[in-house]
Design a protein around this ligand. Structure first.
Ligand code: G3H
Ligand code: 13P
Ligand code: ZN
Length: 309
């Protein structure tokens, strides 16, 4: 069933688990994610960035999401705009049937972020759509946002409270040490759980979102490299840290990079082992299977969202 994230987050906050939000770009990725959600009986958030929407086209995306909802009526599925860059994109998604949108004003100063977020919230709420906002800066590369590690700015808990009160946003993405992409940490992976705790104390009823939360699964990186890839030194957030986040007040965990690695690893293997194969189904089928297993592992072993529908 197509839902907003509001109902999902109420349950996740009450029962202490997190819901995976997985980036989608095409049919195989959507199928893999919802198959995993069905098999683990987990609620799920499908999210598309503005560049993903440009790539897949909004009507195709929405029709595929609708097909997934019809195929698995028992699975709560939300369709969410990831890193909405401006009011117009958020409005377009709301008008196209998205149940949730993110407005990412983290590139602006505090007052501009408040004003932009509030404008989106006012429009979205009139249409029954919920809004995720972002405060603080993640190191690394975001959609249209490039923040160098030295500029990384953890979310200030006092500001977070003021931001939520003034904007009325429904959930808040925070910066506590993660970053986007395959290179998150030079040394040991570490998140600022002390900041998360203080934020939860100040805004206990606001669902918290963790971006840049791929594990950069070593087996998938190795598989890519074994079959001709060149992704040296990649490092993400290990499962045990993500599990801790999921029981410590993080309600939504964003994953894109791990899906990209799974898809690429699956395709590369077929290309190397069967150089004469040229039927796309030959390499997209194992790629889809690998994404499904990756998502299922997160739902059942890491986020605690299985059997929570
Ligand atoms: O956080 C960004 C997501 O990984 C989406 O990336 O803009 O390349 O689709 P994208
Ligand atoms: P990863 O790059 O760690 O998968 O993060 C994805 C994300 O935050 C999408 O918004
Ligand atoms: Zn993100």
């Amino acid at each position: 069933m197509l839902v907003t994230t509001k109902e999902m987050f109420e349950k996740s906050m009450k029962e202490g688990f997190a819901i995976g939000a997985f980036n989608v770009n095409n049919m195989e990725i959507i199928q893999a994610i919802v198959d995993a959600a069905h098999e683990s009986q987990s609620p799920v958030i499908l999210q598309a960035s503005s560049s993903a929407i440009k790539y897949a086209r909004v009507n195709y995306l929405m029709k595929m999401v609708q097909a997934a909802v019809e195929e698995y009526p028992e699975v709560p599925i939300a369709i969410h705009l990831d890193h909405g860059p401006d009011f117009e994109t958020a409005k377009m998604c709301i008008d196209s049937g998205f149940t949730s949108v993110m407005i990412d004003g983290s590139k602006y100063d505090f007052e501009e972020n408040v004003a932009l977020t509030k404008k989106v919230v006012d429009y979205a709420h009139r249409k029954g759509v919920v809004v995720e906002a972002e405060l603080g800066k993640l190191a690394g590369i975001e959609d249209d946002v490039n923040v160098s590690a030295s500029d990384a700015m953890y979310t200030d808990p006092v500001q977070a409270q003021e931001f939520v009160e003034r904007t009325g946003c429904d959930s808040l993405a925070i910066a506590i040490g993660t970053s986007h992409g395959a290179y998150k940490f030079k040394g040991e992976a570490k998140l600022r759980f002390d900041i998360l705790k203080e934020i939860k104390q100040r805004i206990p009823n606001t669902p918290i979102v963790l971006h840049g939360a791929s594990t950069v699964i070593p087996a998938l990186v190795e598989m890519c490299n074994q079959y001709g890839g060149d992704i040296p030194g990649a490092k993400g957030v290990p499962d045990d840290i993500l599990h801790e986040a999921s029981i410590s007040g993080v309600s939504k965990i964003n994953v894109d990079t791990d899906l990209r690695l799974a898809m690429t690893a699956g395709i590369r293997k077929v290309f190397v082992e069967e150089p004469n194969a040229f039927d796309p189904r030959k390499y997209l089928t194992p790629a889809r299977d690998l994404i499904k297993e990756t998502v299922k592992h997160k739902m059942t072993e890491v986020f605690g969202s299985s059997n929570k529908i």
